[in-house]
Write a protein that binds this ligand. Structure first.
Ligand code: CA
Ligand code: CA
Length: 397
């Protein structure tokens, strides 16, 4: 009996832990789910324009001939439309005539009807792109992006591809509420991290690698609070609502002290990241104008020899035309040459990086006066004269 009670207590504790975690990490809510895991059970989906179809091997499958196959749900959904609704489609496709052949990306559509508009039409269609790669793909299609997705959703129809002669295998179709905020990496100009000290009072933050599994980001809010404060202490300092120049903010001048800097990014359905998102906060950043900037080098730390040929820099070929004097085989600016030498640059990569794509060696040799113009790439689209360009490859300082 005692053992039984302890088990109940343990179970209750575990259940509480799970519930608390669910609150902390917002979870998406599935409103309707069709998983084709029972042999022969179409789950009330009707296949149209297919030569053959079935439910087996964990999928609803169909093979189309001269016209694309599509799928219609016979039942009425009667689901209130939400801005954060999305469809999750798990699907695998390839040409029906060959298991090893592939077809390129093509448009797919999910049609829907509402209580106000009971017919399928092109205006009530969610468009996305699918591929005949022969591998399982998961498509998250944001339904709330369509302005007609309002009122009560009644019927749905799935057109997985406009490609004919396709074998289509659908593992599942789900209608889900997006409750998950965006993902991102929090960066700043100096990539300061927790517990750093800076001597200027206008720190800046920037979001990198922003991602939302359903929609794009709508806006980003920037906060501060005294270091070590609670979530109630956050003060909104600025908002970026434009994708222009990325998602970033330069904090207005802050009094000397220690701060936590925080970020809330919202997806298009206005789901923000939680404060416990690992990239949401820079902790304990101290602003101290009296601090002298310094670079610490640990000369006793691990060191390895490296090839001097990699310690160079790109030189864009059309930028050298005015810097190099073929008469003396040296740079025109002696100070520039000595500066490069002082930097320890041992090799200059020439004629540059992507700019080298349009540089032809054969046009750069022979008598200087006979060398034709060359064209830069999209960054230098006009022809420029390089008749006096004679810088040898791998020019050494
Ligand atoms: Ca989201
Ligand atoms: Ca911006």
């Amino acid at each position: 009996m005692r053992i039984f009670r302890r088990s109940v207590l343990l179970f209750a504790g575990f259940a509480f832990f799970l519930a608390a975690r669910q609150c902390a990490l917002a979870a998406d809510v599935t409103d309707r789910s069709w998983v084709f895991s029972s042999e022969g059970d179409y789950l009330n989906w009707r296949v149209e324009s297919a030569l053959t179809s079935g439910v087996s091997g964990g999928s609803l499958w169909a093979e189309s001939g001269a016209s694309p196959a599509y799928f219609v749900q016979n039942a009425t959904l009667d689901i209130p439309a939400r801005k954060d609704h999305y469809f999750e489609i798990r699907i695998r496709m390839r040409p029906a005539s060959s298991p090893t052949a592939r077809f390129a990306g093509a448009y797919a559509g999910i049609y829907f009807t509402t209580d106000a508009e009971p017919s399928f039409d092109e205006a009530k269609k969610l468009t996305f792109r699918t591929y005949g790669t022969g591998t399982l793909k998961i498509h998250n299609v944001w339904a709330g992006a369509n302005t007609k997705w309002t009122g009560t959703i009644k019927r749905i129809r799935l057109d997985p591809t406009t490609v004919t002669d396709a074998r289509i295998e659908i593992e599942s179709i789900k209608l889900i509420q997006d409750r998950t905020g965006p993902e991102f990496i929090l960066k700043n100009n100096w990539t300061y991290s927790d517990n750093d000290t800076i001597n200027y009072d206008t720190p800046s933050l920037m979001l990198m690698d922003t991602y939302d599994k359903v929609s794009d980001i709508y806006k980003v809010e920037f906060y501060r609070r005294p270091a070590g404060g609670t979530n109630q202490d956050w003060v909104l300092v600025g908002t970026d609502i434009s994708l222009l120049a990325g998602w970033q903010h330069k904090f207005p001048a802050l009094p000397a002290g220690s701060y936590d800097l925080g970020v809330k990014a919202y997806d298009q359905a206005m789901n923000p990241n939680d404060w416990d998102y690992p990239e949401a906060i820079v902790h304990n950043l101290t602003i101290n104008p009296a601090v002298t900037p310094r670079i610490e080098v640990d000369a006793a730390g691990p060191a390895q020899p490296f090839d001097k040929m990699i310690a160079g820099n790109n030189q864009i070929w059309y930028r050298w035309t005015n810097d190099y004097d073929p008469a003396t085989n040296s740079l025109k600016s002696a100070s520039l040459e000595s500066l490069l030498a002082d930097c320890g640059i041992t090799v200059v990569r020439y004629p540059g990086g992507c700019h080298a794509d349009t540089f032809y060696w054969k046009k750069s040799i022979g008598p200087v006066a006979t060398r034709p113009d060359q064209y830069g790439n999209h960054r230098a689209p006009v022809p420029v004269s390089y008749t006096h360009l004679t810088l040898p490859p791998n020019y050494s300082v």
